[in-house]
Design a protein around this ligand. Structure first.
Ligand code: MN
Length: 507
């Protein structure tokens, strides 16, 4: 392994490649401070502890983040693991860096927990769940104020996953599980595709070593066999696009291991029968050119029916934009082609990190993008609001997982306004998404002009109309039907408040 100095130099070099005039002295100071503070400590593998903050700062510099974030990366464990105080950190490095470090610092004592002690469901939660819920609550709170907190935490988690082999099997499994159910979906939700893929693959490695090893081997073998195939795909597409004038770059890459694994589970097929494990990417300069390339691909190859998805017109909830189409490349084989601009490609790979960069760096201060960064982080604030309604740590964690996972559908109001809802959402969820009173007074629903039951799952593009009656009240059994935390918490709140008043309602 490279010496510590060399590793630190690599970070400095990295920063200078993407920032015009970075303050390297503050990084040097942070490195020296961290080195001293952790000097007595070792990592589980026996290495000096400093390799961990160094690796975290390196990951952050690969995401091309700013100097305060990198300094905070170097210092991120000093509050938790050494006797450094917040005051010291603040006077040495300033409030910005100190509060970033504080944001990623875990809480240790249950006394600081913010859940309502009057609430009975609070008592029934295990200390473990309570701690975990409190940890996520605190982190989301910090993230809502400063997105860099979560980027630090994800970088921290990535390096911890890379060095998981040194922990006991139980600990490994626990951490890998948490990574797969919370951190990877979070990275995904923030559009950080590369980070998400590596967190998923590392999790699978420790959750099911045998499956992982077998898949890795098969993918390697198939890749060797497939090198010719990949080249052939690229050449065929190049030939088809040869006569058109639009500039583009083409690349091909295999999909990540975990996504192949998930496909096997979903389709119930062995690895050998999984198609479409490589993706072809076309990158061009403008949106118009994306559609023009799409047209050229469509006329030269037979598309798989219904395979076209326009994530440019309708971006995914994690900022992702691209055109997707799956084509028949030979009699036997299909491949997915993704078409996007260079800027979209940056955002596809780095997600909010790229957005944040554009926003702060003024490199491409497109107003639209800034709005969309605020929009995209709005869900964090929403979760925090729901958390205040629930007072139940276990439920909060479940909501968080649901929120991170969800595939969304777009449903229209009669006035043409769009509401985003998780897949499987019902007219009641829709009603509560529009307005609390609309939810409370809902007695029926029409979807695309036809009466439907209140548990009818909504689809993208549906137009949903809610029928109401004054004096109507939420039913208890709606709780069994609804999919969104928002609807659930509003119904609960209503029932609770009216129970207190001694009101009886139909069930
Ligand atoms: Mn750490």
């Amino acid at each position: 392994m490279d010496s510590l100095e060399t590793q630190f130099e690599a970070i400095l070099k990295n920063v200078q490649s993407y920032l015009p005039d970075p303050d390297l002295s503050i990084l040097k100071k942070a490195y020296d401070f961290s080195l001293r503070a952790h000097r007595e400590q070792l990592r589980a593998g026996g290495d000096p502890f400093i390799i961990h903050p160094l690796a975290v700062a390196k990951i952050l510099s690969d995401l091309q983040l700013d100097v305060p974030t990198l300094a905070a990366g170097l210092l991120h464990d000093v509050l938790e693991d050494t006797n450094t105080s917040r005051e010291t950190l603040c006077s040495e490095f300033g409030a910005e860096i100190a509060s970033l470090v504080e944001g990623v610092t875990k809480i240790d004592s249950l006394e600081q927990v913010a859940w309502d002690p009057e609430n009975l469901s609070f008592l029934s939660s295990s200390p473990e769940i309570l701690k975990q819920a409190e940890y996520w609550r605190k982190m989301l709170l910090a993230t809502a104020q400063d997105i860099r907190v979560i980027l630090l935490k994800l970088a921290d988690r990535k390096h911890n996953m890379q060095t998981l082999e040194f922990l006991t099997p139980e600990k490994r499994k626990k951490i890998a599980e948490e990574t797969l159910t919370l951190y990877a979906p979070l990275a995904n939700r923030l559009g950080m595709f590369k980070l998400k893929s590596s967190l998923e693959d590392l999790s699978l490695k420790y959750l099911d070593e045998q499956v992982y090893a077998a898949l890795e081997k098969k993918i390697d073998e198939r890749e060797v066999l497939r090198e010719g195939f990949i080249r052939e795909c690229v050449e065929k597409i190049q030939a088809a696009l040869a006569d058109q004038p639009i500039p583009y770059k083409i690349s091909a890459r295999p999909k990540n291991l975990y996504s192949v694994y998930r496909k096997m589970l979903r389709q119930g097929k062995p690895f050998e029968e999984i198609q479409d494990i490589i993706g072809i990417r076309l990158i061009t300069d403008t949106i118009e050119h994306c559609y023009a390339l799409l047209g050229a691909v469509q006329t030269s190859f037979t598309p798989v029916p219904d395979s076209f998805t326009d994530y440019i017109a309708t971006p995914k909830n994690n900022l992702y934009q691209s055109l997707h189409i799956t084509i028949q490349i030979s009699r036997q084989e299909i491949v997915e082609v993704q078409i996007r601009t260079e800027e979209m490609n940056q955002i596809c790979e780095y997600g909010v990190a790229a957005h944040w960069r554009y926003k702060e760096g003024g490199k491409s201060p497109a107003k639209k993008q800034q709005d969309s960064l605020e929009d995209k982080l709005d869900w964090i604030k929403q979760i925090l609001e729901w958390q205040q309604d629930t007072k139940n740590p276990k439920e909060f964690l479940e909501w968080l997982k649901l929120e991170l996972e969800f595939d969304q559908v777009f449903v229209f109001t009669p006035k043409g306004e769009v509401k985003k809802l998780p897949a499987g959402a019902t007219p009641i969820d829709f009603a509560y998404a529009v307005h609390t009173d609309l939810g409370h007074q809902c007695i029926g629903s029409k979807v695309n002009g036809k009466m439907v039951r209140l548990d009818h799952p909504l689809k993208s593009g549906d137009m949903c109309q809610i029928l109401t009656k004054k004096g109507q009240k939420p039913h208890k059994d709606w709780l069994e039907i609804v999919k969104t935390p928002r609807a659930r918490s509003k119904i609960r709140k209503f029932l609770r408040e009216n129970e207190e008043k001694g009101t009886r309602y139909r069930s």
